[in-house]
Design a protein around this ligand. Sequence first.
Ligand SMILES: [Zn+2]
Length: 212
Amino acid sequence: MESIILESMKEVYSTAQDMAKRGFVAGTSGNCSARVPGTDMVVITPTSVEYELMLFEDMCVVNLRGEEVASRYTPSIEINMHLGIYRARDDIGGIVHTHQPMGTAVALSSDGIPPILDEQMARIMGGIEVAEYAFPGTKELADNAVKALGEKNACLLLHHGVVSTGKKVRDALLNAEIVERAATVFIMSRVLGEPRTIPISPEEFNKAVPHA
Ligand SMILES: [Zn+2]
């Protein structure tokens, strides 16, 4: 197998392990993927393989049309959502889908996370929207996630979890961590009252703070 594909398989495998270590996924839930640079191929975690038992060579390789290129296992059931996001956004090279508790909780009782943290402005590009509900693994969920994501780097899936994106799959995991912190801070500040939000757009913020 080409070394560029092997490199992407290693990145996806190590990110999947780190998602599990952070408590963002458990058992076989959640999934992550990376676009193989300069190709129409995507590496994604397999379905129904526990993180602790997963090997790097178990990562699945598919093309952007969803056809399997090389896999010893079936790709994650959320393959439609990953491919839908890659097709809609050329700038995205990695996706992490987690069942992280705070991000999941905040979607249940709010319209998402407003822009409250500087790091949210710099990396997520502002407030985080909630995707309309659809069953896991469906084309409908994929469409709803693409819509809620818009031009940002994260969205919440109602009754389900979080999708975070980035230039690489490691960036997507870092963004998932920012979502979890923003969700935690949002929930805690709602206990005290109505949280204040950052009064400028992400574009204005990133112009004023270029290396945030
Ligand atoms: Zn899920």
